[in-house]
Ligand binder design. Structure first.
Ligand code: PLP
Length: 398
């Protein structure tokens, strides 16, 4: 028996972090590893945001912050939600947290009772299922088909809902697939949700700005279900601020108050300096994000073009975020030159690391065991080099 709680024993270590660790170990031995396993912009935080953080220190922003965030930051978030998403919220609806990850955890812990079912659209971001388990909810994975760009349809959702369904969770643009729900997709999903009064929606829009199709839709825009939608967003991806740890939710005030209550007992308000930086980020609008998105778009095209030249990879075209997520099941059962049989996507990811010295993450942790994820948030030359190596390595499998 273990001294540790059942709660922690049923939780998995983050697979993305585990793979990054392996690639760092190889790099430490002097191997030139190209790391495409991380979900992180390779850009520095824009200078005007850094300047605001420096000013915050000089201006004395060193005290505890209000638990749901500085009022001026929450107001700026309301302004952003109006400007970008045509959503009307007040400060009482906004809770700022230590990254969108905490926002997600707050929301799940606020809504889910032990035994409640949470429908997680798969492929999903790795932490969703683990957070639901932490809340003792029952994870119901609903897998979107590759033919539909991995997007779950309204009909599939309808079929998965039971009287115990409390919450559905997804990201759009999606990590890991890059799929983006259109307004029509979400209208159909909202219709289903409207028919089931006990069902809430946790809509993770952290990749909102990294969108190559140009039309970001929020399910909270469907007013008949708005009170049951929790929109999650943050600064990590759009503003290249992963290390600063600022995310937020917009929700009905009762749900927002519940999230605030949990946060008040676990972390308190997020870092004062990071909040001042986030405020400056929002005041600067989308210009800095747009510049980065141009690069992500170009790299997506570059990677897709190279991936299409590699026999055996089936790579849908991502509409947003900074990943490609090819189906690699055609390699299962093949043998590497060192005699290793590739049984599954994990074996293939390890082979690619060992042979091509490129790190990626296999799809199991995303609920997609036939796929592997490559980040495209790396310099163009690195991506070119990586996919040249991958092509060469995969060609040696027989
Ligand atoms: N949601 C998704 C879909 C993500 O990919 C990530 C980060 O990888 C997060 C949330 C967490 O973001 P944050 O850095 O704000 O905690």
């Amino acid at each position: 028996t273990s001294v540790l709680s059942d709660r922690i024993l049923t939780m998995q270590e983050s697979q993305t972090i585990a793979m990054a660790k392996k690639s760092r170990e190889l790099a430490a031995q002097g191997v030139d590893v190209i790391n495409l396993s991380f979900g992180e912009p390779d850009f520095q935080t824009p200078q005007y945001i850094k300047d605001a953080a420096k000013a915050a220190l000089d201006e004395g922003y060193t005290f505890y912050t209000p638990v749901p965030g500085y009022p001026e930051l929450r107001q700026a978030i309301c302004d952003k939600l109006k400007r970008d998403n045509n959503l009307d919220y007040k400060n009482e609806n906004i809770v700022v947290s230590t990254g969108a990850k905490q926002s997600l955890a707050n929301a799940v812990l606020s809504l889910v009772n032990p035994g409640d079912e949470v429908i997680v659209f798969a492929p999903y971001w790795v932490s969703y299922t683990e957070i639901v388990k932490l809340a003792e909810g029952v994870v119901v994975e609903l897998v979107g088909s590759i033919e539909n760009d991995f997007k779950v349809t309204a009909a599939e959702l309808e079929a998965a809902i039971t009287p115990r369904t409390k919450l559905i969770m997804y990201s759009s643009p999606c990590n890991p697939t890059g799929s983006v729900f259109s307004r029509d997709d979400l209208a159909a999903i909202a219709d289903v949700v409207a028919r089931h009064e006990q069902v809430h929606v946790l809509a993770d829009e952290i990749y909102e700005y990294i969108n190559f199709v140009g039309d970001h839709a929020s399910i909270a825009q469907f007013s008949d279900i708005k009170d049951r939608v929790i929109t999650v967003n943050g600064f990590s991806k759009g503003y290249a601020m992963t290390g600063w740890r600022v995310g937020y939710i917009a929700a009905h005030k009762d749900i927002a108050s519940a999230c605030e209550k949990i946060q008040s007992q676990i972390t308190s308000g997020t870092c004062s300096i990071a909040q001042r930086a986030a405020l400056a980020a929002l005041k600067g609008g989308r210009a800095s994000a747009d510049e980065m998105v141009e690069a992500y778009h170009r790299r997506r095209d570059l990677v897709l073009e190279m991936a299409k030249e590699i026999p055996g990879l089936r790579t849908p075209t991502p509409s947003g975020a900074f990943y490609v997520f090819p189906d690699v099941s055609s390699f299962f059962g093949k043998t590497a030159p060192d005699g290793q049989v590739i049984e599954n996507a994990y074996d293939l990811a390890l082979f690619i690391l060992r042979d091509a010295h490129v790190s990626c993450v296999d799809g199991r942790a995303f609920g997609a065991p036939n796929c592997i994820r490559f980040s495209t948030a790396a310099a163009d030359e690195k991506l070119r080099d990586a996919f040249t190596r991958i092509k060469k390595s995969l060609a040696t499998l027989v």
